[in-house]
Design a protein around this ligand. Structure first.
Ligand code: ADP
Ligand code: MG
Ligand code: ZN
Length: 638
């Protein structure tokens, strides 16, 4: 989800970072005197010049006539003078003559005398009184045009060079003759509202850790006097949407220092070395206005452990960019007051070189908020939204376990959009729950389904739901629907009553059984298999792989990590082939057992399955209570 915080527009295409709170950008670099209009003007001048030069050429462009025609004119006494060099003859007539091919008239001409012509030309010419000279009749090119011509390529080159030098002015670090940079201006802060810790909630422990950084940035002298050294870098690690970017920006805002942010992937270009030079430039800019914060987002894209098989190509560039970052950080004396924050979704895949002391020597885990945190985040994001007095944000927080800050922000916004659409003066509880439905289940899709398929979908979803209800300890079923949403034909939503942090094997098996429930129901009722279970199977595979390969839940594989947590890491290198075989075998065993279990349960509870499916067909969507009632199951106590 793109951050709703407005990001200042970039002032130059070749700086991949954005900054805020930094001194105002130097007056826009004039790439061309007069900007684009100037460029067009220059192009016009070059064009005219070329034409001029060409017209000098064209002056020497007399029509070529045949030698026969020339002989005829000599015989008629119509030739005024000629100039000859070798067998080439150039000349002028006394009176204009029509061209033999009928394309106009001519007085000046050139022709070529064939070597075998023994026509006593000299005798004829003298007889007719033609002036014969050894210098061209028509001066082909003046001295000036010759000069222009020989200079033209150089002029063009110089113009091109100037253009390029201007464009690259910044990238060349001011080395270009025209790439002068404006001297850094004093830092102008308090322009516009900046993000602070007030905009962040639900991750108090992280705020705590970072407040030290804020303190350092606010008065570096105090730290310097103590001889204390600030961490060069802090790594924020956590799932997407938990507020890492927000936090980094808030740290800068709290400290009131300039904030430079860039995504690591933006440094990487096809050209090796560009990334490194951009990094150098970024750090230079930041040092100029220190104390400052540099934020590098998604650092795992360049900071993966080397040789970690991150695909082909771009390897050198990635490594060079990373090395440049490390070099810059090593160069910190600790008193400059530039703090580097970086964010990653996967701290486990990072190159250990990054987390060495003096570099990102602090890693702060950012996790999805708990119930109280969710409520606080909802409060922040409904600050500017008029809320109906009946809205209970605590209740919303209770029904959204697992949702991240970004998802909650999105939820608040969706609810506000709904309220506008419905022409209400304030956001009501109904708007929020409808928005939640949309966020959790996906947008409704207008799709007319054949009755037969609707029925099959009803059984599919009932299968999921019923098994979720039957399995002890499973997450309660919150909603079942056969209204197509997103890519799914139907959805069964189960969420836990409270936040869960660790899962038992029993619970995971229940999840697998529930996920297989749709397929099992179609199998039990129709004895067929459809494509509708693709997502279910993906989920099942991930759960089973985790259980066997990472969570030590298989006796045969044993208590070890057979499969890396990072899904993109090369699979085959982490364990012996025999172990991987065992993993495969055990995954199959677990899933097969669960599938049999699912089918057996559904056969045993066939009446409840039918009842639930009928209720779904009649109502399309069943809420928690209605669903449990239709299946005739008492909902487990909270
Ligand atoms: P990340 O960088 O971890 O992927 P972001 O910082 O980009 O997440 O979060 C996206 C948006 O979600 C933020 O701009 C903010 O509106 C909201 N958000 C995320 N976490 C929080 C939080 N802890 N408190 C308040 N808002 C949050
Ligand atoms: Mg982010
Ligand atoms: Zn399904």
């Amino acid at each position: 989800m793109p951050s709703p915080t407005p990001v200042p527009p970039r002032d130059r295409a070749d700086t991949p970072w954005r900054s805020e709170g930094a001194p105002p950008a130097p007056p826009p670099k004039r790439r061309m005197p007069g900007g684009w209009r100037g460029l067009v003007l220059a192009a016009l001048v070059v064009f005219l010049l070329t034409n001029l030069v060409l017209s000098f050429f064209n002056e020497g462009d007399e029509p070529t006539v045949s030698y026969t025609e020339f002989s005829k004119q000599v015989a008629n006494g119509n030739v005024e003078k000629i100039y000859s060099k070798g067998d080439a003859i150039q000349g002028e007539l006394k009176n204009e003559q029509p061209l033999p091919d009928g394309k106009g008239d001519y007085t000046k001409f050139v022709t070529q005398r064939p070597a075998f012509a023994d026509d006593q030309l000299w005798a004829n010419l003298t007889a007719k009184g033609v002036t014969v000279t050894a210098s061209p009749v028509v001066v082909q090119r003046s001295f000036l045009s010759n000069l222009l011509l020989s200079l033209a390529p150089m002029v063009l080159l110089v113009v091109l060079w100037l253009l390029i030098a201007r464009r690259m002015g910044g990238a060349m670090g001011g080395a270009g003759p025209l790439g002068r940079k404006a001297p850094p201006k004093p830092v102008e802060l308090e322009g516009g509202k900046r993000t602070t810790f007030d905009d962040v909630a639900g991750i108090d422990e992280v705020e705590e850790e970072l407040s030290e950084v804020v303190d350092f940035l606010k008065n570096p002298q105090a730290y310097r006097r103590m001889g204390a050294r600030m961490p060069g870098g802090v790594l924020l690690a956590g799932p997407p949407g938990t507020g890492k970017t927000l936090l980094a920006r808030a740290v800068a805002g709290e400290a009131g220092v300039p904030f430079f942010s860039a995504s690591a992937s933006e440094f990487i270009e096809m050209i090796v070395g560009v990334g490194a030079s951009r990094v150098r430039e970024l750090f230079t800019e930041a040092r100029k206005v220190a104390p400052a914060i540099i934020f590098i987002d998604e650092i795992d894209t360049i900071g993966r452990a080397r040789g970690g098989g991150s695909g082909l190509g771009g390897h050198d560039e990635r490594e060079q960019t990373l090395n440049q970052i490390l070099t810059e950080m090593d160069g910190f004396s600790g008193s400059e007051g530039v703090v580097v924050l970086a964010a990653t979704n996967r701290a486990s895949v990072l190159d250990p070189a990054l987390t060495r002391p003096g570099r990102f020597d602090r890693t702060v885990a950012v996790s999805p908020p708990d119930r109280a945190g969710r409520e606080a985040i909802l409060r922040i994001h409904t600050r500017d939204i008029p809320l109906d007095p009946g809205v209970d944000l605590a209740q919303v927080a209770r029904t959204t376990p697992g949702m991240t800050g970004a998802e909650l922000a999105n939820l608040a916004n969706e609810a506000a959009l709904l309220a506008v659409k419905r022409g209400q003066p304030a956001v009501t509880g109904a708007d929020l729950s409808d928005a939640l439905e949309k966020v959790q289940l996906g947008a409704k899709r207008p799709l007319v389904m054949p009755e037969e398929e609707r029925r099959r979908t009803a059984y599919h979803e009932s299968g999921h739901a019923l098994l979720g209800m039957l399995h002890p300890g499973a997450d309660p079923v919150r909603k079942i629907t056969i209204v197509p949403r997103g890519r799914a034909l139907g959805v069964t939503l189960s969420t836990p009553d409270a936040d869960r942090y660790a899962y038992t094997e029993e619970y995971l098996r229940g999840r697998i059984i529930g996920a297989l429930g749709g397929m099992a129901a179609e199998h039990v009722v129709y004895n067929l298999i459809t494509t509708g279970a693709e997502n279910d199977l993906e989920q099942v595979t991930n759960l089973a792989r985790g259980m066997v390969g990472r969570w030590g839940m298989s006796e045969r594989v044993g208590r070890l990590t057979a499969i890396p947590a990072d899904a993109e890491a090369p699979y085959g290198l982490t364990a012996a082939p025999a172990t991987l075989d065992a993993v495969d075998h055990e995954m199959r065993r677990i899933v097969d057992e669960c599938y049999e279990n699912a089918c057996r349960l559904l056969r045993e509870h066939r009446q409840q399955l039918d009842a639930l499916a009928e209720a779904l067909l009649a109502n399309e969507t069943l809420e928690e209570d209605a669903a449990y009632a239709a299946a005739g199951i008492t909902r487990p106590a909270k």
